[in-house]
Design a binder for this molecule. Structure first.
Ligand SMILES: Cc1cc2nc3c(=O)[nH]c(=O)nc-3n(C[C@H](O)[C@H](O)[C@H](O)COP(=O)(O)O)c2cc1C
Length: 332
């Protein structure tokens, strides 16, 4: 099967997929579409934009994920995102946290398709900048609580698609709004990929990406036989080399070694250090690079222990790589 037109994406993850993480992921997977952490529309409008929206040009294609449920605020935020150069603006209709529910956005929006359609329409109208229309997409669940009704899910999608959204990222399980923590909500409600596959079959003009529980190249390829794209969250974060393997599997190119890939990050790290960013803010995202490999523990240990020390710099990363190689030799 030819996967060249398929989409590989990394998931939006609060506190994880910050700009440093995304630059690292970009090195591993040059063709992947990277998503930011969710930012609330009001924060974009009122807050410190450089801190909330700033990104490195190597991150393209990069999607800004917004939270919110007020068409006006979302439209303003989408426009600002488009002006900042984001390649896509995504609306979060999947987050189940209490805080998000109290704000009436995230997963509880699955119950309000007409409101989501209004939001999307306003965002699309606002996100046309300099003759460039930035696509507005939606990330959603299959439903909320104990609603297990495919027609209802498809009805949500149809209503939102009619407002101009052509791409849906489907986290293929329900969100339970009562009684489960956000973490449990990523694990306990069962995955039902068939709904996303059926949606693609029935609405072939829509672009459908599957998200949830994909943790190996064969699993990603199995999804891509049914849908347009696959989005990886936790597996990509905890085992980032998986992204590199997927990049090569799907789009070709040479499989590069972990050390070589990490060393390609050096100019970025040094530029950030020169701007006063502490090493730990970057290295925390690379700790899983040797996941499951001999020497992986030494790698994590050297970086975790040293990166927070004042003055920590690239030499520590080289030290971690050397410790990893030594542990690997000892194990051989
Ligand atoms: C730490 C963490 C933070 C997350 N933050 C967001 C978020 O900001 N927006 C969102 O749509 N989903 C968020 N998610 C959910 C992921 O995007 C994804 O839908 C979920 O983890 C399932 O995919 P996975 O099994 O590949 O991890 C978060 C997940 C984690 C683990």
């Amino acid at each position: 099967m030819n996967y060249k037109n398929k989409i590989l994406a990394t998931a939006p993850m609060m506190d994880w997929t910050d700009r440093h993480c995304r630059v690292f992921h970009r090195l591993l997977a040059p063709h992947a579409r990277l998503y930011t952490e969710m930012v609330h529309a009001n924060a974009v409008v009122l807050g410190n934009r450089e801190r909330l929206l700033g990104f490195d040009p190597v991150e393209h294609p990069v999607a800004l994920q917004l939270g919110g449920s007020e068409p006006q605020a979302l439209a303003q935020a989408a426009r600002i995102g488009a002006e900042w150069g984001y390649d896509e603006v995504n609306l979060n209709c999947g987050c189940p946290s209490d805080r998000v529910q109290a704000g009436r956005f995230g997963a509880c929006l699955m119950r309000e398709p007409a409101l989501v359609a209004d939001c999307v329409a306003a965002m699309i109208a606002a996100a046309a900048v300099d003759g460039r229309t930035v696509p507005v997409t939606v990330k959603c669940r299959l439903g909320v609580d104990d609603e297990h009704d495919y027609e209802r899910f498809r009805g949500f999608v149809d209503t939102v698609a009619a407002a101009g959204c052509g791409t849906f990222v489907v986290h293929a399980r329900n969100a339970w709004l009562q009684g489960l923590s956000p973490k449990e909500n990523r694990e306990i409600p069962p995955l039902r990929y068939e709904w996303a596959w059926r949606l693609k079959r029935e609405r072939p003009d829509l672009r459908v990406l599957v998200n949830g529980g994909v943790a190996a190249p064969d699993q990603a390829q199995a999804q891509l036989r049914h849908v347009d794209g696959v989005m990886l969250g936790r597996a990509a974060y905890h085992d980032p080399y998986l992204l590199h393997r997927l990049e090569v599997d799907l789009y070709g190119g040479e499989l590069r070694g972990r050390g070589e890939l990490l060393r390609a990050l050096r100019p970025y790290v040094e530029a950030q250090l020169a701007r006063g960013v502490a090493l730990k803010h970057i290295t925390r995202h690379v700790l899983g690079l040797f996941h499951g490999q001999p020497g992986g523990r030494a790698f994590r240990q050297v970086l975790s222990e040293g990166a927070h020390r004042p003055g920590a710099g690239w030499a520590l990363v080289e030290q971690a790589l050397a410790a990893t190689a030594a542990q690997r030799r000892a194990a051989a």
